[in-house]
Design a protein around this ligand. Structure first.
Ligand code: ZN
Length: 260
């Protein structure tokens, strides 16, 4: 088993969590009559904890399945194309119980405690990759499938502007003060506004500008790599899951990402 992959996939887990995963993987190995626990058992055990059970019996129409395949391939291809994105480990269109119709799994090569602005930006572009792929492939007809991605991206962009002080327009300042929990009257309002109406508009503009710019970054990559988008998505529809080496076989030689 590749312990680096296990470690990268289980950040922050304590010994008891890992013991559960090892037990679960042993059960999986027994269930498929294998003599020993293999990497696939360990990975599936981690997937069950992180992503929920596979819902292979969920019936999806062929057109939904195709759309999910393009969507996930969009994430993967954008991640493969950007130097500061977290490397792709696997892409799958097998629905899991935790909401998702498919997933693109990225694994950091080392544990990180800080993120730079270029890393945050590339990561947001990866989040935009699903919607961008759908828009490209289906001639502008987009779906609800990107809701989760867009929520995470919006949240991160707001943090870039309001919490990390990374927007030159808004400066090295934070915006919004945490409510004093004792006097919390609106549980859904996380922060107190400590800035002017004018600044509020500037924040909205800046968030929108960053979002548009990073969406464009994703869209351009997928336009340039349209042939690979098609190849990988078609293979994904057949196989349902592709891991990194399988994806790399489908990339055009001249565009291969330098090894992560
Ligand atoms: Zn997505």
């Amino acid at each position: 088993a590749d312990l680096n992959v296990i470690a990268a996939r289980t950040p922050g887990m304590v010994g008891a969590d890992l013991a559960n995963i090892v037990n679960e993987s042993a059960l999986l190995a027994v269930r498929r009559n294998a003599g020993q626990v293999q990497m696939r058992d360990l990975e599936e055990a981690i997937d069950r904890v992180m992503l929920g059970l596979e819902k292979k019996n969920r019936v999806m129409t062929a057109s939904d399945k195709e759309r999910v395949a393009y969507h996930e391939t969009g994430h993967a291809l954008v991640a493969l194309s950007l130097d500061n994105a977290v490397p792709v480990h696997r892409v799958s269109i097998i629905p899991r119980s935790v909401g998702a119709l498919g997933h693109t799994l990225q694994l950091p090569t080392e544990e990180r405690y800080l993120m730079t602005l270029p890393e945050l930006e590339d990561q947001i572009a990866v989040m935009m990759g699903g919607r961008a792929a759908e828009e490209s492939v289906y001639n502008g007809v987009i779906s609800t499938g990107a809701a989760d991605d867009l929520q995470r991206a919006s949240e991160l962009i707001r943090q870039i502007v309001m919490r990390f002080g990374m927007s030159s327009r808004l400066g090295n300042l934070t915006y919004g003060a945490p409510h004093n929990a004792q006097f919390l009257r609106f549980p859904f309002m996380p922060e107190e506004r400590n800035y002017s109406e004018k600044t509020s508009e500037a924040i909205d503009d800046e968030v929108r500008r960053i979002s548009d710019r990073l969406y464009l970054r994703a869209k351009e990559i997928l336009t340039n790599r349209r042939a690979e988008l098609e190849r990988i998505a078609r293979e994904l529809i057949q196989k349902e899951t592709l891991d990194r080496p399988q994806i790399e076989l489908l990339l055009l030689p001249e565009l291969k990402q330098s090894p992560a």
